[in-house]
Write a protein that binds this ligand. Structure first.
Ligand code: PAF
Length: 262
């Protein structure tokens, strides 16, 4: 069994948990293949492709330590050969949330994942629940294009104060890092509101309440908060237990995302 862990490198505890999960899935006989590739087509103009942290040596050592069998770290030119002109587009789930804020993002993700599936031919691929919509879009693409790959989701790994681990946390200055806990605080506040409400809550009302909470942080600027069905990603007009919530918030120039089940 071949298990793929696709990453863009700058590995943190979140990625390491994906590699551990892959190692377990593959078993002693199977192979774990970690890919490290900062995929330019999923970055929009003005986004952080240029200064996305690149720490290949350290990443390779971590992969070795965790027992991955192969690290595949191709060059840009090897993946996007001169004259490359074919893209893979998922056209329903990819439209909202991250897709609405970052117009060509998922086109880049599904294109590179189709390439990696073809190159590596894995039986399973492990993704982090932190990028909930990404996993849903890739699962849809995998089924639609008949890739014989099982998509496995591993839980979000958090810092002790609740901030979801992300390579982009490295870009935060001390004050931004402190206020970045507001993403998880908003999810927790939504969870408490839903738990204490006698009936499903109107999404608009809950969104306004959480927006006020986020606005209290001077350095935080809300991009979106969405409530939706965790499988279909259909927006929920009323929010109750089991509804999923996702949000994106700028801390200075750094855009962070998080999500959770309410
Ligand atoms: O989640 C990521 O790191 C990337 O979007 C992925 C899945 C490796 C594709 O480039």
């Amino acid at each position: 069994m071949i298990v793929l862990v696709p990453t863009m490198g700058c590995l943190h505890e979140g990625h390491l948990s994906l590699i551990r999960r892959a190692r377990k899935l593959a078993g002693a006989q199977g192979k774990v293949i970690v890919t490290i590739f900062v995929n330019k087509t999923q970055f929009g103009p003005g986004e952080d492709f240029g200064n996305y942290p690149r720490t290949l040596k350290r990443d390779m050592a971590l992969c070795r330590e965790l027992g991955s069998d192969v690290v595949f770290a191709p060059s840009d030119k090897a993946i996007y050969t001169a004259g490359h002109s074919t893209f893979v587009v998922e056209s329903r789930l990819a439209k909202r949330m991250e897709g609405a804020s970052r117009l060509t993002h998922f086109r880049g993700v599904t294109t590179v994942m189709a390439k990696l599936f073809n190159l590596v031919q894995p039986d399973a691929a492990v993704f982090g629940a932190k990028d909930w919509q990404q996993a849903a879009v890739i699962r849809q693409m995998t089924g639609d294009l008949n890739f014989p790959v099982r998509i496995v989701l591993a839980p979000t790994v958090r810092e002790s104060d609740g901030l979801a681990m992300s390579s982009r946390n490295n870009h935060l200055c001390a004050a931004e890092r402190e206020q970045a806990t507001v993403l998880h605080a908003a999810i927790r506040a939504a969870r408490a509101a839903v738990k204490n409400a006698p009936a499903p809550l109107p999404a608009g009302m809950l969104r306004r309440k959480l927006t006020r909470l986020i606005d209290k942080q001077r350095l935080a600027k809300l991009d979106y908060i969405e409530f939706f069905d965790p499988t279909t990603l259909e927006p929920a007009k009323r929010v109750s237990r089991g509804t999923h919530m996702a949000l994106a918030v700028f801390l200075g120039k750094t855009r962070l995302i998080d999500n959770g089940r309410l």
